[in-house]
Design a protein around this ligand. Structure first.
Ligand SMILES: O=P(O)(O)OC[C@H]1O[C@](O)(COP(=O)(O)O)[C@@H](O)[C@@H]1O
Length: 313
């Protein structure tokens, strides 16, 4: 028997234990972030369960309503958004929530108000739900700028002011990737325990990759530099091998593969989407959910930037 392995199996580094270890690096911390994270984890576990049984529980298909982008909302979209909003509010650690599925920001009522602002897309890639392609939740966390005075400015801070960011991918396994600014770590849900276990410590994106990931169907809309870059991936002039094209069309899955295997994922600005693929929710004040801003945070902290194009926000 491999006793070392057995010991490893009993000495589990759960995401909560990891967060508590991280908390130890901040003596002033009172555990609020760990409590907030545990509620995000609850939302991810709920969505993972719902996604796994979607086909059986009639959760697939349209919810009969459209979101602010005019997109048909899928039942799982609606359910995921509701569970994350309720989990984040009930944590008692949030003050402003921005969801890709809600037209306006949610300001938490005073009795439950905390000091964190959370931007999230509860279920990115939802157009892939019906065919079983991996989808994901994306989140980013800011600290309120002025105690007891939550405003929209709190969620329009630069991405570099984010204190944590991550995504949870619902695929062949459920993997939560988190950065709190001290490296990027991946946790896989063990359904038998109901716990996210550290399986990918200190992820670093490989310096070189053999994969490029882009929707080639948009090529006619690309600007010249993008077209030239993709052309070099396909027809390299330096004697290297051509890169392989892998495009899942579900950003969390494309980014996760890029983070682990290297290469590049891009959704470049083009004539159709002048700012790349952003989410706009126009209310009395324009705010936007930039899933890639959150992903930006994960990848730079995850390692080499050489293959990662910056999105200008
Ligand atoms: O189909 P396109 O234009 O390539 O866009 C694919 C992108 O759209 C998304 O699926 C998000 O769209 P939805 O969440 O609205 O379904 C991303 O996950 C993915 O990167």
């Amino acid at each position: 028997m491999d006793h070392a392995a057995e010991a490893q199996r009993t000495d589990l580094m759960t995401i909560t234990r990891h967060a508590l270890n991280e908390q130890g690096r901040h003596p002033e911390s009172r555990g609020d972030f760990t409590i907030l994270l545990s509620h995000i984890v609850l939302g991810c576990k709920f969505v993972a369960s719902a996604v796994n049984k979607a086909g059986l529980a009639k959760l697939i298909g349209l919810a009969g309503v459209t979101n602010v982008q005019g997109e048909e909302q899928k039942k799982l979209d609606v359910l995921s958004n509701e569970v994350f909003v309720k989990a984040l509010v009930s944590s008692g650690r949030t003050c402003v929530l921005v969801s890709e599925e809600n037209e306006e920001a949610i300001f938490v009522d005073a009795p439950l108000r905390g000091k964190y602002c959370v931007c999230f897309d509860p279920l990115d890639g939802s157009s892939n739900i019906d065919c079983g392609v991996s989808i994901g939740t994306i989140f980013g966390i800011y600290m309120i700028k002025e105690k007891d005075n939550a405003t929209l400015e709190d969620v329009l801070q630069p991405g570099t002011d984010m204190i944590a960011a991550g995504y949870c991918m619902y695929g062949s396994s459920c993997t939560l990737v988190l950065s709190t600014g001290n490296g990027v770590n991946g946790f896989t849900l063990d359904p038998s325990l109901g716990e996210f276990i550290l399986t990918h410590p200190n992820i670093k994106i490989p310096k070189k990759g053999k994969i490029y990931s882009v929707n080639e169907g948009n090529a006619q809309n690309w600007d010249a530099p993008t077209a030239k870059f993709v052309e070099k991936c396909k027809f390299p002039q330096d004697g290297t091998s051509a890169k392989s094209l892998r495009y899942i069309g579900s950003m969390v899955a494309d980014v996760h593969r890029t983070l682990l295997y290297g290469g590049i994922f891009l959704y470049p600005a083009d004539k159709k989407s002048p700012n790349g693929k952003l989410r706009y929710a126009v209310a009395d004040s324009l705010f936007f959910m930039h899933p890639r801003l959150i992903i930006d945070i994960c990848i730079p902290v995850g390692g080499d930037m050489s293959w990662y194009l910056q999105y200008s926000v």
